[in-house]
Design a protein around this ligand. Structure first.
Ligand code: GDP
Length: 301
């Protein structure tokens, strides 16, 4: 199971707490539910989602006439999978063969955008695809260089201009280069500053327009990157950003760095956006396509 190692912290904190509760309380009663609620909220599943989950559990426990707490774990797994699944479509949307797939990355500074682009570039390269990166974060000092470090590491070229230049111009260059060279995948970084939010939205809109003018079917994905270690903050960022910027899916990074992996459940349940990828470490292989069944199995394994 590809998620298992990266979820060690969450498994240790969350599952061990549930197991302890089951062993100690033995019977499923009001006190049991109350404590379970606390554990789930502690794992960052989020109050609204916890309420839904507990209601689902109650109904199922009643239906199956379960009294013994020891029998609850499979039911909990089942309900978690249901919540995570929604209408699952974690696979990335790709252009038809022969055309360039354009993927735009948005999100606040430090969430792991550059790293995710590097990892994804590595994945596509290993699949035999040609990849080009666009250094669209011309605002943050060092962002371009950092993308170039990843470019060198995985062996793909970065289209860049000087720091401070117009990101839409960088995108124009990148799209032209991708067309000329018949590149399979173009991965585009964007600025993630939180201040001047309106300007950032305008900047993203301009980037969209430039890409669309050159490639009417692009971008194929707009992925918002969220840092799982920021918990409920990630959720509010997603709400703020996601509504306006044409986001098609989410990347949840640093799941290896948190004991509160329940944030995935909250995000999946409270936002109408699929979680496409999860980051489980800093290395270039530490990126996985999200899979709800595997994810829950990794927790309870
Ligand atoms: P950006 O500002 O959004 O481009 O963020 P970066 O890609 O520079 O990432 C910020 C930090 O988070 C870096 O130190 C990365 O190594 C680290 N990081 C990114 N993704 C992951 C992940 O999945 N797990 C862990 N542990 N660290 C990550």
């Amino acid at each position: 199971n590809v998620f298992k190692e990266g979820l060690t912290k969450t498994r240790t904190a969350f599952v061990e707490a549930v197991e302890e509760l089951i062993t100690r309380r033995k019977k499923i009663d009001e006190d049991f539910y109350e404590e379970l609620e606390e554990i789930l909220i502690g794992a960052d599943v989020g109050v609204n989602t916890v309420m839904t989950l507990i209601d689902d559990l109650r109904a199922e426990v009643k239906k199956r006439k379960i009294e013994d707490a020891a029998e609850l774990q499979p039911v909990l797994s089942e309900k978690l999978v249901e919540l995570l699944k929604g209408d699952d479509h974690a696979e990335l949307t790709m252009a038809p063969p022969g055309e360039t797939t354009v993927i735009l990355f948005v999100g606040v500074n430090g969430v792991g955008k550059t790293t995710t682009i590097g990892k994804l570039a590595h994945r596509f390269k290993s699949e035999g695809k040609s990849v080009l990166l666009a250094a669209g974060d011309t605002f943050r000092a060092g962002a371009i260089e950092q993308l170039e470090v990843w470019g060198q590491r995985v062996g793909v070229e970065v289209i860049r201009q000087a720091s401070g230049s117009d990101p839409a111009a960088v995108m124009f260059d990148a799209v032209q280069a991708a067309k000329q060279r018949n590149v399979d995948v173009l991965l585009c970084d964007t600025a993630g500053r939180l201040q001047n939010k309106t300007n950032l939205m305008e900047e993203l809109n301009k980037i969209f327009r430039v890409i669309k003018r050159e490639m009417p079917n692009a971008p194929h994905e707009v992925l918002m990157v969220l840092d799982a270690t920021t918990g409920q903050n990630a959720l509010s960022q997603a709400r703020l950003f996601g509504e306006k910027s044409g986001v098609t899916g989410l990347v949840l990074t640093k799941l290896d760095g948190t004991a509160k992996g329940g944030i995935v459940v909250a995000i999946r349940n409270e936002l109408n956006l699929p979680v496409k990828l999860v980051g489980l470490g800093e290395g270039m292989n530490d990126l996985q396509t999200f899979d709800s069944v595997q994810f829950v199995h990794a927790l309870f394994a």
